[in-house]
Design a protein around this ligand. Structure first.
Ligand code: TLP
Length: 351
């Protein structure tokens, strides 16, 4: 890829910072399958503390984290209540169903990323009915990717928590971008994760680490996840090399996420001023911008943008742009200029 490309496809494209690379080079490591890697152990300790849970475990990806958590919550034939717009349901290859016999019970997702409480209540079938699959977990997502990076409110998290307690069900949070949610709400991450039983969050998105996610929960839950991680092939050996970058991601990077949110807001407002762009500014709450393009196909728009060195992705027949640590305000300004040129048809001159 050209070095000066402005890559807004996802915050997964971030490269490790110089501090991360230095920490990786000098990381003290051991064999993590034996539990011997001090840097992994430290990362897991710090992660559990930040999210206010007894224990945490490093896994290679957010997808594996969600999968291991669902398998730990649900036996075969047991239902996971998931949103129709959730990442788990749309982008994780049906893993919990394919590999663990978990039944996805799909509920509608509101534009604000919520599973309506009345629908959750209705989805739980009467205990003792031999015809019905039993519910095993309620899965939510914060921030909500397919809803455009929107943040679930504290109020909603509290209400869902109360309902889950009443129904006797655990709540799993796909918190791939939970730090973005906490920054947007101006609360510590713990204030959100205290309302869920388990959480998966990613180091490799806005926090900028190259690889890794953590699953956190009670000690006994994490022991189950540990065994399932091994079964899934996710036990890594000298993973301290990755954990060293992860520790910097966890401790130093959350503070700068507000900058990504401000850049996304700025770019979204500029886009909203263009008559060819269809955007709901209320949905731009964190680092994700989703918009429609009038008068030309998304495919044509993205190809023309790419010719100008700006990358975005197609997203539900719209376009998604995600801000992150490797895209400063100046790069957002250049991206906007490229969009304006493409909308005016100037791209024909480009080679
Ligand atoms: N999301 C990716 C793509 O898979 C869509 C992206 O570019 O946004 N939960 C949520 C909410 C996510 O957004 C993602 C990745 C994951 C889980 C999976 O994480 P990884 O990629 O580490 O498996």
């Amino acid at each position: 890829m050209q070095p000066n490309v402005i890559d807004l496809r996802s915050d997964t494209v971030t490269r490790p910072t110089p501090a991360m690379r230095a920490a990786m080079a000098s990381a003290v490591v051991g064999d993590d399958v034996f539990g011997d890697d001090p840097t992994v152990n430290e990362l897991q300790r710090v992660a559990a503390e930040i999210v206010g849970k007894e224990a945490a475990i490093l896994v290679p990806s957010g997808t594996m984290g969600n999968l291991a958590a669902l398998l730990a919550h649900c036996e075969r034939g047991v239902e996971a209540l998931v949103g129709d717009e959730s990442h788990i349901y749309n982008y994780e290859a049906g893993g919990a169903s394919a590999l663990g016999g978990v039944v996805y019970h799909v509920l509608p997702t509101t534009a604000s990323g919520e599973l309506p409480l009345a629908q959750v209540r209705k989805a739980v079938r009467p205990a003792g009915d031999a015809h019905a699959a039993r519910a095993g977990v309620i899965a939510i997502e914060n921030t909500h990717n397919r809803c455009g990076g929107v943040v679930l409110s504290l109020d909603y998290m509290q209400q869902l928590h109360a309902l889950a307690v009443e129904l006797g069900l655990p709540v799993h949070l796909d918190g791939a971008r939970i730090f973005n949610a906490a920054v947007a709400l101006g609360v510590p991450v713990k204030a959100l994760t205290e309302h869920v039983t388990s959480v998966q969050f990613c180091l490799s998105k806005g926090l900028g680490a190259p690889v890794g996610s953590l699953v956190a929960g009670s000690q006994s839950f994490i022991s189950k996840v540990h065994r399932i991680r091994k079964m899934l092939g996710g036990g890594m050996r000298q993973a301290g090399v990755l954990a060293a970058a992860g520790l910097i991601a966890l401790t130093e990077m959350p503070a700068r996420l507000a900058e990504d949110h401000a850049n996304a807001r700025w770019l979204a407002e500029q886009l909203a001023a263009l008559p060819q762009i269809d955007i709901d500014l209320d949905s731009v709450q964190t680092n994700i911008i989703v918009f429609g393009v009038r008068d030309q196909s998304v495919e044509h728009f993205l190809t023309a943008l790419r010719e100008r060195g700006v990358l975005m992705v197609a997203f539900k027949d719209r376009v998604r742009a995600v801000t992150h640590v490797d895209v400063a305000r100046a790069a957002c300004e250049q991206a906007l200029q490229a969009v304006v040129q493409v909308l005016h048809g100037d791209h024909e001159d480009m080679v």
